[in-house]
Write a protein that binds this ligand. Structure first.
Ligand code: HEM
Length: 277
């Protein structure tokens, strides 16, 4: 038997006294000590890690959507397209993650579900922030956070600025004028489908060569919403598989609530115009 290979022979750094190591750079002690289980059941670790990793990916999605929105507002479409493509891939990644969670059976979950109390992804403030950033705005969703002033403030600040879709519409207005009611709408309200906007996007799709940037922007938005819809669908399917039609720990009807959320359209005109082309 030869001796086990020693990577220091080819220069691998082996001493980290006084030097920054991998764990230091990533603050791993902090991250890896945050998986606090509340029961001694086997599957709770999966449940916690699945949620925590989703929250980390959501953090990156927020970072990218915010930057994409800033770029679009400055008229810099190219970097924004790159960031939007990345956000779609983040959601693709989150979609694949459901396969891991689906290995948890109803019996596995029932063993620790009571430990959750009333907590639920319904109270995910990063998820709500993403929805608000995209334009699905609903002030009622601030209420679960009223005990945390900083979170309410963050969500209210988001409601005060144009959503990603509002910014896209301002760009559209640069080529095809839109009504004042669209451009100066009450930003805190959810977006409502608008005929003038539908007509303008239809023109873009009828003349892609003339409006190539807007056409590309529209397709980036549709692509992202496509992945987002798959996330919602995977979620509700997993939920039905695991808890059937029980009420959610967050208090909603559970599957019935999540099915209603499948009807949300973030960029409605971009989906509807396809029927008329
Ligand atoms: C077995 C696993 C899961 C079950 C049984 C489950 C169940 C539910 C239920 C029933 C709701 C509706 C609100 C309520 O009454 O509680 C909900 C909402 C939600 N869950 Fe899950 N969930 C699971 C996994 C996840 C994971 C891994 C995430 C990732 C972060 C997540 C994120 C969310 C979010 C963001 C909402 C709010 C959706 C909205 O308001 O549109 N869930 N979940």
């Amino acid at each position: 038997m030869t001796d086990a290979y020693d990577p220091s022979a080819e220069g691998a750094q082996m001493e980290f006294d006084g030097r920054m190591s991998y764990g230091d750079y990533l603050d791993l002690e902090h991250i890896l000590s945050a998986q606090k289980t509340w029961t001694d059941t086997h599957d709770e670790m999966l449940f916690i890690i699945q949620h925590q990793t989703s929250e980390l990916w959501m953090k990156l999605a927020i970072h990218e959507i915010a930057a994409a929105r800033r770029s679009l507002a400055a008229g810099e479409t190219r970097p924004a397209f790159k960031m939007l493509a990345r956000v779609a891939r983040i959601f693709e990644q989150l979609n694949s993650a459901w396969d891991v969670l689906r290995t948890m059976t109803p019996s596995d979950y029932t063993a620790f579900r009571d430990a959750l109390g009333q907590s639920s992804g319904f109270q995910s403030y990063q998820y709500r922030q993403i929805e608000f950033m995209l334009g699905n705005r609903n002030k009622a969703m601030l209420r679960p956070h009223e005990h945390r002033a900083g979170i309410v403030q963050m969500l209210e600040d988001e409601l005060a600025q144009p959503s990603l879709y509002d910014v896209a519409l301002r760009l559209l207005n640069g080529s095809i004028p839109l009504p004042d009611a669209v451009l100066n709408r009450d930003l805190s309200r959810p977006w409502k489908p608008d005929q003038a906007v539908a007509d303008a996007w239809t023109q873009v799709y009828r003349n892609p060569r003339k409006y190539w940037e807007l056409y590309e922007l529209a397709e980036k938005l549709v692509d992202f919403e496509d992945y987002f819809r798959r996330w919602r669908f995977n979620h509700v399917t997993t939920v039905e598989r695991v808890i059937g039609f029980k009420r959610g720990t967050g208090g909603t009807g559970g599957v019935s609530y999540l099915k209603r959320m499948l009807e949300v359209e973030l960029f409605p005109e971009l989906w509807h115009l396809r029927t008329d082309l």
